[in-house]
Each structure stands twice: as C-alpha cells, then as structure tokens.
Ligand binder design. Structure first.
Ligand code: SF4
Length: 480
C-alpha cells in the first residue's frame, strides 16, 4: 500500500513482488533460481529461496538481485525436490534483511515457509490484536500476520486450518506456503495479483507470471482461481475454495500497463498484445501529425508499436536503455530513483534531430521523469515532442500492492491534463481513456482501475477494522 493513510507506517511492508515455487521437481533449487531470474522485474531489493527434501528445510536469502544473492550456486542443496522463492520490492524504510522472504518459522508442528505478493489491508489490525495477546513479530511485513494465524491454537487444531487462516485476510494476496510435506498456493477472492500453475515433468510449478514457467521449461496449466487454495503433495494436486469470490473480480489492470513482462500471460491475456491494443487505441483517441513514434523502453515498447501501426507513422528507437540498471519505478529511495533515471536512458540524436517525435510511455506518476525526457529530446534536436501515455492519469494511490506515492505527490492527483502538459514541456499530451484501458477485455468489470478512477473494489476507509469485525473468528484468543 502506498499512501500515507492511517494504514501506512514508516516501515511499511507494502510491496509488489514475485513468487515462484515447485513440488515434485528434481533439482528444485535450480528451478526456483531460474524462476526468480525471470521475475526479477517484479522486485530487485531482495530475494530468497527455501527448499526441502521432505525431511529437512534449508533457506538462503539476502538483499540485492537474484544473481548477487545466489552467486554461489551450491548455497542450497541442489537435488531436493520442493521449494519456494520470492523477489521483493518494498517502500522506504522496509528494506531490512529480516523482511526479505520467504519467511521461515518453526511452529509446534514443524517448519513453515511463506512467500507473499500483494498487500493485506487488515494486517495492521491483525498485528495489533496478536501483539496485544502476547505475540512477538520478527518482521515488519504484512505477510507475517498469516504466520501468527496459522500458529494460533484455535486454527492449528482444526481441519482446513490454512483455508480458515486465509479467510481471515483482506486485501490483495498471492501466497505460496511450504511445509516439509507440501506446497500450497492461494489467491485472494478478488484475484488482484496473478498466480499461475504449471506442470514440469511429474511435478508442479507456481509462478506470479507465466514468463517464469517458460524459463524453467514448465507447461502452463491454468491460473490459481480467486479464492482458491491449491495444495500439491505426494498424492497429487488438491483444490479447495477458502472464500466465495465476489460478483466481480478485481484483477489489477496496472499489471497489464506496466508491471508484467510482455511475454507473460496474465489474467488470461498476453501482456504484449494488450499493450499493442492500448497503443492502437491511443492513436485513435489522440492522433497527431508526426515523423516518428518512439517508445520509452522497455515498458512503452509494445504500446508504441501499436501506436505506430495504427497511425502509419514509422516506429523507431529514440531512447536506448541501459539494461544493467534496475527499473527506476521499483527502486525505493528517492535518491536512487533520481540517480537511476539519469543513468537509465540515452537519447539518439541521429533518430530525433529535426523530427516531430511522438513518444509513448506507460504512465506518469510524479511527472518529473517525463519532464526530463522531453527536455532531452528537445536538446537532441526534436522539432516537436508529443507525449502519449498508454493508461489514464494515475490520480489515486493503490491500496492493493503497487507503490504509488500519495495523491498529493501524484501529478494527476491535483492537476489537469493541460497543466501536466505544461509542466512536462510537451507540445501535446494524450492519455488513454478508461474505456480504452478496459476495451481489450471481455469482462471489463473484472478489473481494478482504482488508481485511475478512485473507485476502490474494497472499501479503503476503515477497511481492516470494518471487514475484520464482520469476519472475526470468535475463537481467536483476543476475541474470546
Ligand atoms: S489501484 Fe491500480 S495499481 Fe492498485 S490494484 Fe487497482 S489497478 Fe492495480
């Protein structure tokens, strides 16, 4: 979650992350390693892997990229057959090593490991209640509340313990949970975050994005359904529902706009194709005379190609990206973000000099980055700079796991499109409409677009308290 709302604390755990797991797959550590490589774009601050052979559990995690944390390939047993992994992004202040996942805890009935993508909107409330009851938390992540519910005797001694525990959570979550005996995967009832199931040999694979399956040679089977708990053990795959999905799902449309990799299938659609459609739609909604269409690489590539094909204006590369630096949007510190932008892109004067340039980007958050890029294009000789954005103005914070700043910091939170155009110094500025954003989807009402519209699919105000009181298990210690 990414707003200074009452939910937000200085060491807030709100994040966008990637998770990957396998069961019944030889050399599990290597496969999870490769899966995390493919998911690196979802988080670059820290990562970890936990593996098991059915009797023992080993874990390794650290801060940095997958290639840095796992520079020694023998750090984990190579031939064990089950494991889960996590790549992490976090907001300012929560980059400490103890927050890096998977979380590994020893309960009275054995070791549990847990990896989470999303944001639990009732985590603060649950944490306070367990702390009041004497629990000690070891991290500042929202994910840890699930550990405490699982360890609670009133859940531990009951059948369907994990399903009951998951039903207590609110907000956005895709979880992988591993014990020595099994790997489990679950998605929140709204299905905010993606999570897929694949087959690899005789075993199973779980991944935030299907690109990670391709990387490991796994075959995509299907998505974990919203409200579904999937468990894989020695007897096979077992599915159950821990909550009834609401009338409409709330798939995060920003996964399509920015976060997911173009070669992934997310919520049933290929990300590249959807972005191409966004670009084509943008060309229809905001046509302009120009000489070339250039993307802000990499997330603007597909939309720029779509714009070029629809408009008939040639596509070219006016920016060259340095691939050896992380995506600035997912670097937590303001200074890192700023420094990253300076190092990330270079302009090709040979391409833009003397041209009317249409530059396609995925989104505008604060506005300072695109302002700088427009200035670069002009100083490289661009005659005109027309900015096209493949989503509507981001005017509201996200409470479900994407790190947008506060509404005050979002440039579209308080300024009109014309004011933004003036601020960034473009000749024209055009955003994709909300209709255009949802036009590729058969069931548009199954997508969350709250950061554009302000219509939150889960109530934001008093969310945790309100929902918690509705669903409280009267047998929890603090409720008895
Ligand atoms: S508010 Fe925006 S970023 Fe957050 S889940 Fe909804 S669509 Fe995604």
């Amino acid at each position: 979650m990414h707003t200074k709302s009452p939910h937000r604390q200085s060491d807030s755990p709100k994040e966008e992350c990637g998770i990957f797991g396998v069961f019944g797959v030889e050399k599990a550590a290597g496969h999870v390693h490769r899966g995390l490589f493919a998911l690196q774009h979802r988080g670059q601050e820290g990562c970890g892997i936990v593996v098991s052979d059915g009797a023992h559990v080993r874990s390794h995690k650290g801060q940095g990229l997958v290639s840095e944390v796992f520079s020694d390939p023998t750090v984990l047993p190579e031939d064990w057959n089950r494991g889960i992994g996590h790549v992490r992004y976090s907001t300012t202040g929560s980059t400490r090593i103890h927050n890096v996942q998977p979380l590994v805890v020893e309960c009275v009935d054995g070791i549990w490991a847990l990896a989470h993508n999303g944001n639990l909107t009732n985590a603060d409330k649950l944490r306070r209640m367990y702390q009041d009851a004497g629990a000690i938390f070891q991290t500042s992540t929202d994910s840890e509340v699930l550990v405490h519910i699982l360890a609670d005797p009133m859940y531990r001694r009951r059948p369907q313990r994990v399903a009951r525990a998951l039903a207590e959570l609110r907000g956005a979550f895709a979880f992988l949970i591993m014990t020595k005996d099994c790997v489990m995967a679950a998605r929140d009832p709204h299905g905010f975050r993606p999570l897929s199931i694949g087959r690899l040999g005789d075993g199973y694979v779980f991944a935030s994005e299907t690109c990670a399956m391709a990387q490991t040679g796994a075959e995509y089977l299907r998505d974990v359904e919203p409200g579904e708990l999937v468990m894989v053990d020695e007897t096979g795959l077992h599915s159950s529902m821990f909550a009834d999905p609401p009338a409409h799902r709330a798939h995060c449309v920003f996964e399509m706009v920015y976060f997911a990799r173009p070669d992934s299938v997310v919520f049933g659609d290929n990300v590249h194709e959807i972005r191409m459609q966004y670009g084509a739609c943008l060309a229809k909604e905001h046509p302009v005379e120009g000489d070339i269409v250039i993307p802000v690489p990499d997330s603007g590539n597909s939309a720029a190609l779509g714009y070029s094909r629809e408009s008939g204006i040639p596509f070219d590369f006016g920016f060259i990206r340095n691939h050896y630096i992380g995506r600035t949007f997912i670097m937590p510190e303001a200074e890192q973000r700023s420094a990253g932008v300076d190092l990330k892109l270079a302009v090709l004067p040979q391409v833009v000099d003397g041209k009317r340039v249409i530059v396609v980007d995925d989104s505008i958050v604060r506005g300072t980055t695109v302002q700088r890029r427009v200035a670069w294009l002009r100083s490289a000789g661009a005659k005109e700079v027309h900015v096209r954005i493949s989503c509507p103005p981001v005017a509201h914070p996200c409470f479900y796991g994407i790190d947008f700043p506060t509404r005050e910091e979002l440039i579209a939170g308080g300024q009109s499109v014309e004011e933004i155009r003036e601020f960034i110094g473009a000749d024209t500025l055009g955003y994709l409409s909300e209709e255009g954003l949802l036009s590729p989807f058969e069931n548009a009402s199954d997508y969350c677009k709250a950061c554009f519209s302000g219509e939150y699919p889960l109530s934001v105000e008093g969310l945790g308290d309100k929902n918690r009181h509705e669903s409280l298990n009267p047998e929890l210690p603090f409720n008895r």
